[in-house]
Design a protein around this ligand. Structure first.
Ligand SMILES: NC(=O)c1ccc[n+]([C@@H]2O[C@H](COP(=O)([O-])OP(=O)(O)OC[C@H]3O[C@@H](n4cnc5c(N)ncnc54)[C@H](OP(=O)(O)O)[C@@H]3O)[C@@H](O)[C@H]2O)c1
Length: 262
């Protein structure tokens, strides 16, 4: 895909109440996109809209759980009725879980997959009629570097992001004929509320966030990739190194993650 203009794009951003999604919504609206923004926390969505009233793009906030089909229906109705259509779908809402698989209840895997994989996939399915009629239509799936290389004690999360990665690659090839593009974004550790919001942290491990990327820089690189029509971005040198090491020397990558993953 060639370059894309953000001014005037009609978008839907999930997980916009905090972290990467909130920053992405702000930067897209600053560049002139009109957005439906969503997450479960109404107060946080209202403050996002209030803080950004002076930006050129407008925001409509609709709260709800992204795994609820009726909520997703409301989001798409708002895009259709209030924005006049949909050009950009950003699947960013996500949740983690930390702890050994052998000690986890089956519900943990179910919930991680519902939020991180089934909800975005169904939202894509439901968005296709609007996207097909959209201008330079694009689906952005926020995955993770852990969707390229898995690590221990995050098995469900890695599986959900690997699934989203594979699905995105297949879909990009399928939807090319319809003119719909797919961008896969794979951040490394980012300073957000993510680690406070994990479903479970069985061993109480804490991520070291001192060297982590900011949500603003992840959003900035994502907006640039949207403009440039990129298909995939891995956002940090450390993330790129891990992915290449895994491809070139998987045995060494296995040993390193087993030895050094928190
Ligand atoms: N932070 C990292 O280190 C990192 C690294 C790689 C990839 N990522 C990915 O980046 C994305 C954004 O995460 P973040 O770091 O910005 O974390 P965050 O600050 O915790 O944001 C997660 C967002 O998802 C929303 N969300 C979670 N469950 C939801 C549900 N069931 N229904 C609707 N919304 C839901 C949350 O809103 P509510 O709680 O208000 O519903 C929030 O807005 C995720 O997909 C994550 O996997 C993060």
């Amino acid at each position: 895909m060639s370059r894309r203009t953000i001014q005037g794009l009609r978008g839907l951003v999930t997980g916009a109440s905090s972290g990467i999604g909130r920053e992405l919504a702000r930067q897209l609206a600053a560049a002139g996109a009109n957005l439906v923004v969503t997450a479960r926390r109404r107060v946080a969505l209202d403050s996002l809209v209030d803080e950004n009233r002076s930006l050129s793009g407008r925001m409509i906030a609709i709260e709800g759980d992204i795994t609820d089909a009726r909520h997703r229906e409301r989001l798409l109705a708002a895009a259709h009725d209030d924005l006049g259509g949909l050009d950009l779908l950003v699947n960013n809402a996500g949740v983690g879980a930390i702890g050994p698989f052998t000690e986890a209840a089956p519900e943990r895997l179910r919930r991680v997959m519902e939020v991180n994989f089934f909800a975005p996939v169904e939202l894509i399915r439901e968005s296709l009629p609007l996207l097909r009629a959209g201008r330079t239509p694009l689906i952005v799936n926020v995955s993770s570097v852990l969707g390229h290389r898995a690590v221990p004690r995050k098995s469900e999360y890695c599986a959900s992001k690997f699934a989203l990665h594979g699905f995105s690659d297949a879909l990009r090839a399928e939807l090319g004929a319809d003119g719909i593009d797919v961008l896969l974004v794979s951040p490394s550790t980012t300073r957000t509320e993510f680690f406070d919001n994990v479903l479970e942290n069985a061993n109480g491990s804490t991520a070291s966030l001192s060297a982590a990327a900011s949500a603003a820089s992840v959003a900035k690189q994502t907006v640039r990739a949207i403009r440039r029509g990129r298909h995939e971005i891995i956002l940090t040198p450390g993330g790129k190194l891990l992915v290449w090491l895994d491809r070139l020397c998987p045995t060494l990558a296995d040993w390193l993650v087993a030895r050094y993953s928190p």
